[in-house]
Design a protein. Sequence first.
Length: 468
Amino acid sequence: MNDWDVVVIGAGGAGLAAAISAAERGSKVVVFESETEVGGSTQLSAGMFTAAGTSVQKAVGVNDTADRFFQHYMDLNQWKLRPGLVRKFCQQSGPTLEWLIGLGVDFPAAISSNAHEPGLTQAGVEDVWRGHVPRDQGYGLVQVLDRSRRSQGIDLILNTRVEDLLIESGQVVGVKADNVDVHANSVIIASGGFSHNRSLLERFYPEALAAGDDLFIVAGTGSRGDHIRLAESVDAELEGHGTGLLLVTAYLQQLHHWQAGFPPKSRIYVDKTGRRFMNEDISYAVASGILHKAGGSAWTVFDERARTGLPSGYANWTAESVRHEADAGRMSTAPTLAELATKLSIPQTALSSEVERWNNQLPRGVDRDFMRNETLVNKGDSTSPDPIQEPPFYAARTVPAELVCTHTGLAIDESARVRDSAGRTITGLYAAGEAGAGVLGERYVGGGNSIANALTMGRIAGLSSTTT
Ligand SMILES: Cc1cc2nc3c(=O)[nH]c(=O)nc-3n(C[C@H](O)[C@H](O)[C@H](O)COP(=O)(O)OP(=O)(O)OC[C@H]3O[C@@H](n4cnc5c(N)ncnc54)[C@H](O)[C@@H]3O)c2cc1C
């Protein structure tokens, strides 16, 4: 007889949800966590959770269904994902959110204008408001999950990195950790992504490395991609190549915006031809794709008034640090737009006419070209930005450089079971979160796609593992 019914690898969002739901079904569960504390990337996140048909939506008057969510999700991803799996995810995201509320996570029934304000929000690409932000964000979410883990009597072994799977006759029968064999009926891989593993980024997400020295990684330190090695040891199918979440940032930003601060509202992005090409406040879900199509990099252009208006107290985007960057010659600055264009090697007339065009649109209330005024209103901001006209002018190199999460993982079915390279289910093996692939696609859907995937598929993995 095995010591454990279920072994869970990783105590982030997916792992904790899996462990708790397996224990709720009566399983004896142990969780291994490589770091000295629980939480992984989940703990660092805003905790925003995308879900349809929830009590929170209902309470603020948003009509929504899993079917509608499914249609939107598949359309946005151009139907390149497996519909059966995505339908299950869309159907279970709502019940999983209710389950979290039952455990004690507080998702206030209030409209929120951003990922930092608890309530229901819209991150820009949703057809209806689906972004549920919990109180105390990802940290609060993990605290509730860990409290629930303890009350279920689930063992947690910190500071212990699972090294291998135990495999007998093609079936997974446990794990090896600290050189000890631990036998179990089921193993759930919930070890997160591989943002901190350069060689795996080269293999599976080279787009992230295109940022060069500007690349910075905000994912949890445990995101080392151990799931890939575990997958290969059992010939599991890998899926999700070339996808992840990269946020568009100016080169001077090296931290998540909570700490880094925000670029000035009065700014435009121009491409190498000096043309404005996108809504600067468009959802992060699609911004990198637009920038990629425009050649992969752009310039953030703003003026002295915008610089001096930056609030203090942040690490990167403050009036002083922009001045410092300009003085050090890392950020381009010039007394006229024509001279700035020359420094950037972009056509002078294009830059001047784009700035003039923008000055005549959004600062006067409406951005006819890119409808940024509507995006700002959705973010709770209805005041128009200032025109860009006060010298000196500034330009900061801007690329998709903030790596949040990666999507290549073990291909799972709608019960979170792992498949092998021939498409057969591997007995005893489940995966979820960034380690389990198939739900997260090319297009990050709304705000909260990844947390919803981790918690929903983690919960499904935990429930399924008890039926092995
Ligand atoms: C700053 C930031 C903000 C974000 N905001 C949002 C948001 O608001 N909404 C959203 O949807 N997504 C957001 N994301 C992305 C989201 O947080 C993650 O994709 C998601 O939490 C991943 O969950 P997970 O359980 O798969 O991985 P994790 O939460 O990273 O958990 C994996 C755990 O496994 C452990 N581990 C790794 N290898 C081993 C091993 N061999 N043995 C044992 N343990 C191991 C790790 O240490 C880690 O604790 C954000 C991410 C960041 C970094």
